[in-house]
Design a protein around this ligand. Structure first.
Ligand code: ADP
Ligand code: ZN
Length: 795
């Protein structure tokens, strides 16, 4: 297997037949060991003893690998379609199963197979083209097929109840109609409490939130509403998105958009698999290209699937699809309630709705007659799922496109090096948008060397300031002109390190191998990995020395802006300030409506936002992500800086970007300053090639997590030994890194180890991973081991 051959494996049966701990799989293909055969066969039912049984391949919804062969009772033969859900005997009980297709008889004589018990539905809930994708995912990411299928179906489907039509995306709000709690409520404590809460949070809040804060508030608020003190309203997410965030359909395309559109229309007409990289600089109008392609697909009667990193962070893109296609769009985000998810799923499955916009899990959305798949911001790390089925949605999108004969467009201003390499090898066709819409200039990017341009000392009490004079000047000037500023820093909280001035000990989480972050607004120190929080210690816990607050977070930047430019209207955008999707949308909408001058935030401000009022972007410290022990650290830094810089100058006024750093010579920083994507990519690719990192190799991580440090270490070493013993000859190019403690060696009290495998192809790694899986049966239950194919983060 070569470069990115995901699709060439599509539909293939597992190369080898590993059994998970405690499971025995009977496969439809491959030779079975007696051990594997024993369980299902020994308990075979008499019903299966038909003279020439018709055999069915079934994925069982249990944590077991592979597909199972069952007999089909006569009355079912010929009645089943792939994807249909059935009940099958399994072990001592019954399990949900998915019919995948006919099976050939297992080798060995007179094997009595158990029979399918019951069919659960008249037509398959799982569309046929998805079966192939899920089969691929189960094999590639080494996860039980039945679980993969179950995970891809909406919860609630199995109940098969046609509940009264679910209203998607509706949120209920309570709105206060008075400015203070009226005296006549003095004898209704519940009502005055609810009203007081509402007033305290600004007069309007989601019903859920009030009900959570004040038990019984739902009923209380209804009473307040009948008495005229409050109002209850329903609001769809759609409506809140529309406020201030949506533009109409442009009359003319730019020449580059037009050229890309012509190619994509041709590809859609051809109705075959064609993958594209749409490499367009920030502000070049990529979204319009997606929209036109989806329009064309729709005119051909075909469906489109649009994957985005995070719905809440991209309300504009969702809004544009909604305003262009109206009810033809299903929006699939992670905050959907089960009923809403089911509603959208069924609408797509029936073909009533032809366009799905969604986050990574939407790669499994049952879009009917799929013609187009778009992956926007395809470089974004959030396309990788970090639990259970550890899939890369961008990679699966390409596999799905191949299987469905669809056009795939991967779009980004900063394509992943993996994608770029696929272009270089001629696998993907390149479409470029090198200019911004209306030929607006790219922003000028200037360096602020923090070693020279010292932020003025002693401004903010206790702490050293971080905003340098040039930064403050530029901000004041921009705000003075009525334009907007984005300040980016990839650390939330106030101070990220608390260190004893006397003994030098830093305050760490008791459960994790990380420093606690001081959140001044909560007056606590918090662990960003396990959530542990405690009061801010007055002094060092070891030696009672005074504590220094080092390491700067967004909260502190916000405070400093407020102190230095008191007239500025400042808000913060990070996981703390935007704790719900609704809050986030409102913050973004309010910035779009220009009710704010400055937005301080983490990478959340670097996403694809389109705020024409922003003419200044400041990177508070470019160095934060440079030293992360991950082979993608430089790439990630380059992406983040380029993306956040791209928020500047998208309207008619030109943009300016200031990058503060202590490392002006760092490669990603220099290249961003020069707008030199190609230079960066080529240099980085050379480095990756020299060290055989992806895209010049395939990787898999074996991750261990254990309660006891010694035991975990010993399991890690023994798995390492197993891999070493079965290592192919050096010429095969397979290498093992570790086993070693993970860079973050403890999270939630569990010791973490990892073992990395690198090889020229996935096929080269598979036998070793199978050996690891086979060894898992002997691993003590206090140690959890998972295999992560094509790992994302290395921490
Ligand atoms: P990108 O995703 O490439 O950064 P967007 O798709 O957000 O860029 O487009 C940038 C801005 O240009 C948006 O405000 C969009 O509405 C506008 N735009 C896109 N295409 C055109 C066009 N052909 N004519 C005028 N405005 C356009
Ligand atoms: Zn912790």
């Amino acid at each position: 297997m070569e470069q990115r051959p995901l699709w060439s494996e599509a539909g293939a049966a597992p190369a080898e037949a590993p059994t998970t701990r405690g499971s025995r799989a009977v496969r439809t293909s491959g030779v079975k060991s007696r051990r594997e055969l024993s369980a299902p066969v020994a308990a075979a039912t008499v019903r299966a003893e038909v003279s020439a049984p018709v055999l069915a391949s079934i994925a069982v919804g249990r944590p077991v690998r592979g597909e199972f062969t069952y007999a089909l009772p006569e009355e079912l033969a010929g009645r089943l379609e792939p994807g249909q859900r059935v009940l099958v005997p399994f072990g001592r009980g019954t399990a949900l199963g998915f019919y995948l297709g006919p099976a050939s008889p297992p080798p060995g004589d007179k094997v009595k197979l158990k029979a399918v018990q019951r069919v659960l539905e008249d037509s398959p809930s799982l569309p046929r083209d998805l079966i192939a994708l899920l089969r691929f995912a189960a094999v590639h990411y080494r996860y039980p097929l039945g679980e993969v299928i179950r995970g891809a179906l909406p919860p609630g489907l199995s109940k098969a109840v046609e509940e009264k039509e679910a209203k998607p995306d509706v949120q209920h709000f309570a709105v206060a109609l008075v400015n203070e709690v009226p005296p006549e409520l003095s004898r209704a404590p519940a009502q005055s409490a609810a009203l007081a809460y509402l007033l305290a949070v600004g007069g309007r809040a989601p019903l859920e939130e009030v009900a959570h804060a004040i038990p019984g508030a739902r009923e209380t608020l209804k009473k307040l509403a009948t008495r005229g003190f409050a109002r209850l309203e329903e609001k769809t997410v759609e409506a809140s998105v529309k406020e201030g965030l949506i533009q109409g359909r442009p009359d003319h395309l730019t020449p580059e958009q037009d050229a890309a559109g012509v190619v994509l229309r041709g590809a859609l007409d051809a109705a075959t698999f064609q993958p594209f990289l749409l490499h367009g600089v920030t502000g070049s109008g990529k979204t319009e290209v997606y929209l036109r392609a989806a329009e064309h697909a729709l005119s051909l009667g075909k469906g489109s699937l649009i994957l985005v990193p995070e719905i809440a962070l991209t309300p504009q893109l969702v809004g544009r699809f909604r305003s262009r296609f109206g009810a033809e769009v299903a929006v699939l985000h992670s905050a959907l309630k089960d009923r809403e998810r089911l509603f959208h799923w069924q609408a797509l499955r029936r073909g009533d709705v032809k366009i799905a916009v969604g986050v990574r899990s939407a790669v499994f959305a049952p879009v009917d007659n799929l013609g187009l798949i778009v992956v926007d911001e395809e470089h974004d790390p959030s396309f990788k799922q970090e639990e259970k089925l550890r899939y890369q949605a961008r990679d699966l999108a390409v596999v799905r496109g191949k299987q469905a004969g669809a056009v795939v467009v991967l779009g980004s201003a900063t394509p992943a090096l993996e994608t770029l390499e696929n272009v270089k090898r001629g696998r993907y066709q390149l479409l470029e948008l090198k200019h911004r819409v209306d030929d607006r200039p790219m922003p000028s990017i200037e360096l602020v060397d923090l070693r020279v341009e010292r932020p003025r000392e002693g401004v903010v009490t206790e702490e050293a300031p971080i905003l340098s004079p040039p930064l403050l000047e530029a901000m004041a000037e921009t705000i003075g002109r009525g334009q907007q500023v984005i300040l980016f820093l990839n650390r939330r909280g106030h101070s990220t390190v608390l260190l004893c001035e006397v003994c030098g000990l830093s305050l760490k989480c008791s459960e994790c191998d990380v420093c606690l972050t001081h959140h001044r607004s909560q007056n606590r120190v918090v662990c960003h990995y396990c959530g542990l929080a405690m009061p801010v210690p007055e002094q060092c816990l070891e030696c009672t020395g005074p504590m220094l607050k080092l390491g700067i977070g967004t909260e502190r930047v916000e405070a400093e802006v407020l102190e230095r430019i008191p007239t500025a209207r400042v808000a913060r955008l990070d996981r703390d300030s935007a704790s719900s999707a609704e809050r986030l949308t409102e913050l973004l909408a309010s910035f779009a409506r220009r009710e704010l001058d400055v937005l301080v935030g983490t990478q959340m401000v670097a996403k694809g936002h389109d705020f024409p009022g922003v003419t200044l972007v400041c990177v508070v410290m470019a160095d934060t992500s440079l030293s992360i022990p991950d082979f993608r650290a430089a790439e990630r830094t380059f992406h983040l800086l380029t993306q956040v810089a791209g928020r500047a100058g998208r309207g008619k006024d030109p943009g300016r970007v200031l990058v503060q750093t202590y490392n002006p010579d760092a490669e990603p920083v220099r290249r961003v300053l020069a707008h030199d994507f190609d230079g960066f990519a080529n240099q980085e690719l050379e480095w990756r090639k020299a060290l055989a990192y992806p895209p010049y190799s395939r990787m898999a991580a074996v991750r261990l997590e254990g309660e006891h440090p010694e035991q975990t270490a010993s399991v890690a070493r023994s798995l390492g030994n197993i891999v070493s013993r079965h290592m192919p000859p050096a010429s095969a190019g397979v290498r093992m890194l570790g086993p070693a403690l993970a860079p973050i060696s403890r999270i939630r009290g569990k010791t973490r180890w990892q073992l990395l495998l690198k090889g020229p192809t996935h096929t080269a790694l598979a036998p070793l991973l199978a050996r690891v899986e086979a060894a898992l049966a002997d691993v003590p239950s206090a140690v959890k081991v998972v295999i992560d194919v094509d790992p994302g983060a290395m921490l």
